[in-house]
Design a protein around this ligand. Structure first.
Ligand code: GTR
Length: 417
């Protein structure tokens, strides 16, 4: 059955590639020069962590904001939390579940989201937590019938969303494993923050900010990925109020488009101590300059509401982009980062994902941390577990139990759990 699904996915991907003129041939990847990590825009060499943090890091953050993801507005909006349910004997008694309604408001208009949490009952006391968005509603991540449908469900439940059934994505959420290993998990449907459709921008949190104009999008204005990243920081704000959560041990895990948003969130918000990008591909961990699989032009065409408008200048002009994704990963240092790929997920360019994790190394070296020591990709299922982690597993674009097991192993090491 799995092989059959794999074949269908492969066929669909091949058709997509043929249509969109993308490359899956490693021998056609032309030589490229990556932008400097440890040299600032005025040519100054960066040799220490102080210089990195005060000079180069802010420069790079600004470039990612102005050229790729858009600026996150400085002003905030009001967020309130309402505990909707609390069940101390969820998951056959081994966890406490909580559902919390977030109301985002600017005084005139508001939007809502629901956070679902499972917290292990053992050990008692504070526990580390994984934060991550789900794609098809909290109810899709579990068969637990008390889990509510997302507020945004009525909006996006259109053709194409007909598979939003309860439990449809349980395989992507290894709740039992997470709880058994002493971690909490907090998830929200990403559509609640910015429904993944350019026409629904008015229903996103972006529309609550003072400078929002429904008719005009400025060249460096944030769009969906920026909003999703912002939303995960609001989840952290809430977690910081929770007695059972160890707010020094917060990991973010994002898959695919959410892997992109997780890296951007991790670059901006230092409260994420571990940042995990699962099959994040173009605009995530993959190096743009390889132009392998999905490219800037293709992603901007298919998802015009993900990146800022300035990013479109680099359609077919990857060399002109002043940054590349190894620098995004480096912005997470000295916090821990883990990049994962799937062998058949060529659209996301597994080698490009690996190489950006590898090329982020020099910044981690400044901190004396353990990086990936070779640009040769590891074999399948041979994870690298330094301060930068990486694995490639067999199979297609997905989040599997294997992936979660590695993230738990990585968190065990770095959170000393
Ligand atoms: C694809 C997109 C990728 C990736 C993926 C996903 O259609 O081209 O960049 O984000 O969706 O999020 O599943």
């Amino acid at each position: 059955m799995r092989a059959y699904i794999g074949l269908i996915v492969w066929l669909v991907t091949m058709c997509l590639c043929a249509q969109q003129n993308v490359d899956y041939d490693e021998s056609k990847v032309s030589a490229y020069l990556l932008p400097y990590l440890l040299k600032s825009d005025n040519g100054e060499k960066i040799t220490g962590t102080d210089q990195w943090e005060k000079k180069r890091r802010p420069e790079l953050l600004e470039l990612f904001a102005s050229q790729v993801y858009g600026h996150t507005p400085a002003g905030n909006i009001n967020v309130t939390y309402e505990i909707l349910t609390e069940e101390p004997s969820a998951m056959k008694g081994k966890a406490t579940s909580k559902q919390v309604k977030f109301v985002f408001s600017n005084g005139k208009k508001s939007t809502e989201a629901i956070l679902l949490m499972y917290i292990p009952n053992q050990p008692a006391g504070k526990v580390p937590v994984f934060v991550g968005y789900n794609f098809k509603g909290n109810h899709s991540t579990t068969l637990d019938t008390t889990v509510l449908y997302s507020p945004v469900f009525h909006l996006v439940k259109e053709p194409g969303y007909s598979d939003w059934e309860r439990g449809i994505q349980t395989s992507r959420w290894s709740y039992d494993k997470i709880i058994d290993r002493g971690y909490a998990v907090a998830t929200m449907c990403y559509h609640d923050i910015f429904p993944d459709n350019p026409e629904l921008r008015d229903h996103s949190i972006v529309s609550l900010f003072p400078d929002y104009d429904p008719e005009i999008i400025d060249p460096d204005e944030w769009q969906a990925i920026g909003a999703w990243a912002w939303g995960s920081s609001r989840i952290v704000d809430f977690l910081e109020t929770q007695e059972r959560i160890d707010s020094n041990k917060i990991a973010i895990m994002g898959h695919s488009r959410q892997g992109k948003a997780a890296l951007w969130a991790g670059a901006q918000d230092e409260r994420f101590r571990i940042v995990i990008s699962n099959d994040s591909g173009c605009g995530g961990a993959a190096l743009f300059r390889r132009k392998f699989g999905e490219t800037i032009e293709v992603i901007n065409k298919n998802f015009p509401h993900w990146f800022c408008k300035n990013f479109r200048q680099y359609n077919n002009r990857e060399e002109a982009l002043p940054i590349d994704q190894h620098q995004l990963i480096a912005l997470i240092a000295p916090r821990k980062v883990y990049v994962a790929s799937a062998e058949e997920d060529l659209w996301a360019d597994p080698r490009g994902e690996f190489l950006s994790a590898y090329h982020a190394g020099p910044v981690y070296h400044l901190y004396g941390l353990k990086t990936i020591d070779s640009d040769k990709m590891p074999e399948l299922h041979k994870p690298i577990m330094g301060d930068i982690g990486y694995h490639i597993r067999a199979g297609v674009h997905d989040v599997t139990e294997y992936d979660w097991e590695r993230y738990l192993d990585f968190a065990d090491v770095h959170f000393d759990n």
